[in-house]
Design a protein around this ligand. Structure first.
Ligand code: SF4
Length: 478
């Protein structure tokens, strides 16, 4: 086995594989294009330290990169960093992603196992570092020098995603133990929580893989860390950018040649659907399945196109609340995505059912309880809407307990609620990196003090969770 320049680690989610972050795939391909070899090792929480040490011995990298994009990895990512240094003190450890950018100073104060944090977009900065091993010559870098914290400004940010890739001709050269990874069930959600009956943990399908279509978001949902507000502060970019269709199609072809049979597409800050119309038409010859999470309501034309282009499909829509009043209020304050009525939602579901039912297509609807300004009546409207959908389209919800979800609102670093809690009548129960680190450590041990990390002035954490339990009971009742 040859040495590699860079070994990427994707931390575990609980006892399971997480999905490889799209950023890591893109970074790996970008380095490869510049003649630096790399591998992505995906971890499970069994003997993390021993696995990391084994991989370091196996690949002998100059640089180990760890994804700390989603806050759920706050504890695991540092455990991985410490294991790298324990095995090979001379290997440089780099972390990057949303959470590590947001807390860059606090993380470097917290541990000495990390040499560099790449803030914001990572392609060019990581290449700078891998080619020089000099943080001073690395854009967007934060690091410690002679015991002092150094934070370089974010001068590099992507304005286009042309000529990038998130796949490889032979995926074994990109992802360590690729076949095993692809066939193993992974946790799809970025932040599973478990609290009594509420377990938000959606698993991947067999042979499913993410398709990298774009990054960023121009919407500003109040609970979202990668909203316009969060992305502007963290990535210096408050808009969404799409990859060229031909690049995405090339990736999809490579993935299909490497055994991927189901594409997962979670991107869609669109009002204009022509991009997806074109993309789906060009993916048709692959004859694969699709799981599609459009961030707005898809039109009848787009739903028909999904039906024509894929073997089977699953669509996941997130109205977030069944109350038009609440959606309208959040939207008019600029803290939600595009507004649509429940009638428009019903018509879209009807179309999905018409196109998808004959081939067993499935639908997921995602709601959140405890949103700012949600009244008991708003919550009851969410329950009512969900029960109506289940009753009218039973064929679209084969497992309603998993496909009709109302998750309790949680705190995400960098979200508008995190930044301006008073504006939303919220109290934060976590604020520092250490708070997130402790939460993730306790999650693994099953003793979580604050599962949500927030509460409303008028609704405690446990009352928010109670709504989620009530919802679950309602949709699972016969
Ligand atoms: S649509 Fe809303 S939840 Fe989705 S990424 Fe954008 S801001 Fe976040």
């Amino acid at each position: 086995m040859p040495d590699v320049d860079v070994l990427f680690f994707q931390p575990a989610v609980g006892k399971q594989y997480g999905i490889i972050s799209l950023g890591m795939l893109s970074l790996s391909a970008y380095l490869r294009k510049h003649a630096y070899d790399s591998r992505i090792a995906v971890l499970v929480d069994k003997n993390t330290e021993e696995t990391v040490r084994t991989k370091i011995r196996q690949f002998n990298p100059k640089v180990a990169c760890i994804s700390l994009h989603w806050y759920i990895h706050s504890y695991e990512a540092l455990k991985v960093a410490e294991a790298v240094k324990a095995e090979s003190p001379e290997t440089k450890v780099v972390i990057g992603g949303h959470t590590s950018t947001y807390f860059n100073k606090q993380i470097l104060d917290f541990t000495s196992a990390i040499d560099l944090i790449v803030k914001g977009d990572g392609e060019k900065p990581l290449l700078d570092y891998v080619s020089t091993l000099d943080p001073e010559r690395t854009e967007n870098a934060s690091f410690m020098k002679d015991g002092e914290f150094v934070s370089k400004p974010i001068t590099y940010h992507q304005t286009s995603l042309e000529n990038l890739s998130a796949a490889n001709k032979d995926m074994n050269e990109m992802v360590d133990e690729w076949d095993h990874y692809l066939k193993t069930t992974r946790v799809r959600t970025s932040a599973p929580i478990s609290s009594g009956k509420i377990v938000e943990k959606v698993s991947t399908k067999s042979s499913e893989f993410y398709l990298y279509v774009g990054k960023g978001c121009s919407y500003n949902c109040c609970f979202c860390g990668t909203s316009k507000t969060g992305s502007t502060r963290i990535f210096s970019r408050g808009v969404s950018i799409f990859r060229p269709v031909e690049d995405v199609v090339r990736d999809a072809n490579l993935l299909s040649e490497n055994g991927v049979e189901s594409l997962f597409l979670d991107f869609g800050p669109f009002k204009d659907e022509t991009y997806f119309q074109k993309l789906f038409a060009e993916l048709k010859p692959l004859d694969v399945d699709l799981t599609f999470l459009p961030w707005n309501l898809p039109s009848n034309e787009l739903i028909s196109q999904v039906g024509e282009s894929f073997r089977s499909f699953e669509i996941q829509i997130s109205p977030d609340s069944g109350s038009e009043r609440l959606r309208d209020k959040l939207c008019s304050q600029g803290f939600h995505k595009q507004f649509y009525t429940n009638n428009q939602l019903s018509k879209a579901v009807e179309k999905i059912s018409e196109v998808g039912s004959p081939r067993g297509a499935q639908l997921f609807l995602w709601f959140i309880c405890g949103l700012p300004f949600e009244t008991e009546q708003d919550f009851q409207e969410t329950v009512k809407l969900s029960l109506e959908m289940k009753k009218r389209y039973p064929q679209m919800f084969q497992n309603p307990q998993d496909q009709l979800e109302c998750v309790p609102l949680r705190l995400t670093p960098g979200s508008p609620i995190d930044l301006f809690p008073k504006r939303f009548n919220m109290r934060r129960l976590r604020s520092s990196f250490k708070d997130y680190y402790d939460y993730c450590r306790d999650l693994g041990e099953g003793k979580i003090e604050h599962p949500l990390g927030l509460e409303r002035e008028d609704l405690t954490e446990s009352e928010i969770i109670k709504r989620a339990v009530e919802y679950k009971d309602a949709v699972t009742a016969v």
